[in-house]
Design a protein around this ligand. Sequence first.
Ligand code: PMP
Length: 448
Amino acid sequence: MTNRSWAERDLRVLWHPCTQMRDHADFPPIPIRRGQGVWLEDFDGRRYLDAISSWWVNLFGHANPRINAAVGVQLAQLEHVLLAGFTHEPAVRLSERLLALAPPGLTRAFYADSGSAAVEIALKMSFHYWQNRGRKNRTRFICLSNSYHGETLGALAVGDVALYKQTYAPLLLKPITVGSPDCYRRAPGASCAEHAGRMFAEMEAALSRRAEETCAVIIEPLVQCAGGMRMYDPVYLSLLRAACDKYQVHLIADEIAVGFGRTGTLFACEQAGITPDILCLGKGLSGGYLPLSACLVGDDLYQAFYADYTAQKAFLHSHSYTGNPLACAAANATLDIFRDDDVLTRNRALAAHMGKAAASLADHPHVAEVRQQGMIVAIEMAKNKATREPYPWQERRGLRVHRHALEQGVLLRPLGDVVYFMPPYVITPEEIDLMARVAEQGIIHATK
Ligand code: PMP
């Protein structure tokens, strides 16, 4: 079988995610035969460096021998059992380990199967907590402009990326949206910390006026990933934690994209020394192997639901595959690698290399900014470098980078005009150089 034959069969029967299928009339999807480390290989034998970790999920490479082995062992024991009324070793061990690694004060793990589902759970748990505590007026959520929390209706509602949200607006909860501390938008001469401090005034005002109707503030700590890898200073998180305490509103940290070492620390919240009331995890949680997500919560939250059954306080949310044993086994193997390989230290050297490899791009006449947070590097293209005026979106400059890079054997998938690197942690310095070289050529090609 060749690329062409699989693509033809695909296009007769599949409907792909996040895709205008008409685009595939000219550029068919690429059938992947196998993966190995950072490399994907198609049916014609061409290889692609997975510079975006297959939508930010893969941490230790495709077909990682240790995760493969762990999933294999689990597969021979138990593939799945419902997690209501039953439990299993992988889920118990994973919960113990996640709670030991997470910021202090988180004591319970509730599982689901996608990031969006974890966000739905966080929103429902927070709302339900206030119901159980007799604060029935609390029905609203505060979120940041340019945020992203997933595609299901609740998660979409607390996001702010128009491309995904606008069409469905009539169906959605109405959050209170306050300005993002996104450092790209700072005033000339301001530091990211100053900008974050200034932007926090809006959050403080919203909390002081609306706390009595608000369940929670939900944020992506440090990096608004789907919003274009926009980054902000950790001081915003410290201020937010203090304000949520002051106004007695939950803080939900969505670390689905930034958790597990992406920002340089195991969890991004660590960089501000804060513990959220609910920590949402997903994506890299299973090493990029199987769908798994979790909400970690503290005792106060848990206790608000703990009562005699007839008090009707239980959290009755469920998904069929909640806490799937194979996914939990992959997650345990992923945590083993973090423990055994001193990953965060090694990543510091890789991150430094990525920063250096991308630095010269800042001089390009259509690159407005090169920014980095740990193992994420983003290169923002703009029509006008000085004013940061963007290209008209209809020109799809990012897509040109994507197609050019594929021809050169690198999978880049820009978010609009933001080209970014978010590779698996097993990438080598030489592969980083290749990735950066191809990105540079792609940007030159796309901005001609
Ligand atoms: N939250 C954040 C911060 C994300 O980046 C994503 C996925 N890009 C989600 C939630 C949703 O996760 P999933 O795609 O697994 O539903």
